[in-house]
Design a protein around this ligand. Sequence first.
Ligand code: NAD
Length: 250
Amino acid sequence: MSQFAGRDAVAPAVMVPDFPDLPEATVSRLPEYLRALHQLAQLGHDTVSSEALATAAGVKSAKVRKDLSQLGSYGTRGVGYDVDRLVQQIEQVLGLSQRRNVAVIGAGNLGHALAGYAGFPSRGFRISALVDVEPARVGERLYGIPITHLDDLAATVAAEKIAIGVIATPAGAAQQVADRLVGAGVKCILNFAPCVLSVPTDVDVRSVDLAIELQILSFHEHRRTRSALDGVTDGAVPHPVSHTPARKVV
Ligand SMILES: NC(=O)c1ccc[n+]([C@@H]2O[C@H](COP(=O)([O-])OP(=O)(O)OC[C@H]3O[C@@H](n4cnc5c(N)ncnc54)[C@H](O)[C@@H]3O)[C@@H](O)[C@H]2O)c1
């Protein structure tokens, strides 16, 4: 038995509706559970306790149990959650049983890095289009993917069955690119440009701003330094810093 087996037992077979009405916060944690479960499976674990999954995913175990109960997975004492079954359930809910084609708009530094990242296919995504406006770039191939012009976006989206558009252009071009993606029928956008996008209500946008994440970390570092300094000036021992689970980037 796996060392990760704990106080939960393998749940009885429960049908998960394809689109359960989940809170956004739960949805955002499911990929973390999935990543942790894949790692546990690779290490040969068949079952996992909510505590062990919580540790592996960086969240609290009560949250894990609550999240998974919403998928129909209930832990009972003794054996743990079945890793393969949980992977299947989460992949089903996240719609990962079907591979999604992705277009990256902006084939610069970030576009290059995304196009060359080997970790997407195993997680259900294929970068099948690269788009730019720079004449020197259009027509080239990056990792075998042709770079097409933004003016041909609608045709590219249709030909490659693009489900998700990734914006990797400078901020000044991002809204125009988002409008083009929406016009081409793309309903999901991942935006790396440091700006807020305006899109119709039926379009989902996720934004990744690494500078904002660094600024949040800066705040914590600043607070830590201040509290250590306060402790020194008071003649008191600095406060120990409590450990908080890692925060998601997007
Ligand atoms: N490079 C990084 O590590 C990094 C990290 C975080 C965020 N970002 C953000 O990602 C975006 C891209 O950064 P980068 O470093 O790759 O920039 P970059 O200048 O290397 O590449 C931008 C690319 O976008 C193209 N482009 C410009 N206008 C366009 C348009 N209207 N349609 C299609 N393509 C267009 C340019 O020709 C260029 O190839 C920026 O908004 C940046 O702030 C970059």
